[in-house]
Design a protein. Structure first.
Length: 394
């Protein structure tokens, strides 16, 4: 028996590691068109992880994953840049009231979070103004902050380090080989069963089991294989900007302010992001500096004095693998024995990687989910109309 994993990002690493941890004896070959683990979307992410969601499946996946990140050094003896920085969502009054309704259920599910009043926000982010002049509020279409949601267990990690370490640990358990610079053209199946994968150069590699963890590239690969999956690539941009010492931002959480603008400190600078609402699907990752200058920094300036000096030092674009309901597709592919999906995380793959990899490994090795039931994330939900309506997305 042989297993092929398509994609050597954080998701491919997680499924490989957890299969081996569960005693999976088959040889696992991982294929990626790039030259190192996590070189595509994984390495381009902001590295934040939170368990603040509106749907139970995302709450469970991320809460378990946060525990795994926190304990990873103890589990493996290796560091992944883990920092328990927390997440701070600044909220308008309507949002604050909505979160009040979520909190009791969150606490039942082990989410360590609380609502804090507006006057406490500057304790977390110095000099952040919870209210501003009416003229600016009207011009920027923003409001006074009623308070904030404080996620105490949320963290930041180095996703590339985590990916590399998981592959290293899996290789040490035996029967794992990574193949870089090898692009998979399509999955070959006959009589409803996986037979092989075909490489870009035409070479065919036999496999009895195939795990698709190719992220934003999953849709095109499945189409070339004669199969359907609802995933499109959507560009997201991040900016590293100068951080003036006067801001005293040494120990701030990942902070989300107006219009979904978010930022955190990394290596003495500030990483800033915001999803572009009208971004068209496609593989173009050209970064747009004007987007930061016109659609991100003005909101920072309105809330925090001296952020006008937060000039761009570097910037890059990456890809989200986006599904119709902005949630992952995990489980068996119907009608094709041996084909498993773990892709389409729509921007929260880093946050869910440990628990999602564990769950799919259970399905492959034991025939069912054991830790977290992910049947609601099956690809069949789209045809059945059972979309997962997640509302807390940035």
């Amino acid at each position: 028996m042989s297993t092929s994993v398509i994609g050597a990002g954080i998701i491919g690493a997680s499924i490989t590691y957890h299969l081996k941890k569960l005693g999976y004896n088959d040889k696992i070959d991982i294929y990626d068109k790039l030259d190192a683990p996590g070189e595509a979307s994984t390495s381009l992410s902001a590295g934040g992880a939170r368990n603040l969601w509106s749907t139970p499946v995302n709450l469970k996946l991320t809460t378990e994953s946060l525990k795994r990140f926190a304990n990873f050094k103890e589990e493996t003896g290796r560091g992944i840049g883990y920092e328990n920085i927390g997440y701070l969502f600044c909220l308008y009054e309507d949002e604050y009231k909505q979160i009040e309704k979520f909190l009791p259920e969150w606490h039942k599910l082990g989410v360590n979070a609380e609502l804090i009043p507006a006057q406490r926000i500057p304790d977390f982010v110095p000099n952040l103004m919870t209210d501003i002049d009416d003229e600016f509020k009207e011009f920027l279409d923003i409001n006074q902050f009623k308070g904030a949601l404080w996620g105490k267990d949320c963290c930041a990690i180095n996703p590339t380090s985590y990916t590399t370490v998981m592959f290293e640990c899996a290789k040490e358990m035996g029967g794992v080989e990574l193949h870089f610079g090898k692009e998979v053209e399509k999955i070959i199946f006959t009589s409803g069963k996986v037979q092989a994968i075909e490489m870009k150069d035409g070479n065919k590699v036999h496999c009895d089991c195939c795990v698709l963890s190719a992220g934003a590239w999953s849709g095109e690969l499945m189409e070339r294989s004669g199969l359907n999956i609802s995933i499109v690539p959507i560009k997201r941009m991040l900016f590293t900007v100068y951080l003036p010492e006067e801001l005293n931002f040494k120990h701030i959480p990942m902070t989300i302010i107006d219009k979904g603008v978010y930022f955190r400190v990394e290596v003495g600078n500030l990483i800033v992001g915001r999803a572009k609402e009208d971004q068209e699907p496609g593989f173009d990752i050209t970064v747009e500096k004007k987007y930061y200058e016109d659609e991100m920094n003005p909101y920072m300036q309105a809330r925090i004095p001296k952020t006008e000096y937060c000039r761009i030092l570097s910037c890059w674009g990456g890809l989200y693998a986006v599904t119709p309901d902005n949630n992952a597709i995990i489980g068996k592919y119907p009608g094709v024995e041996g084909l498993y999906l773990i892709t389409g995380f729509s921007g929260h793959g880093i946050m869910e990687a440990p628990a999602a990899g564990q769950a799919l490994a259970e399905l492959i090795t034991e025939g069912d989910y054991k830790t977290i039931d992910l049947s609601s994330l099956s690809i069949e939900r789209f045809e059945e109309g059972n979309l997962i309506k997640e509302t807390i997305v940035i």
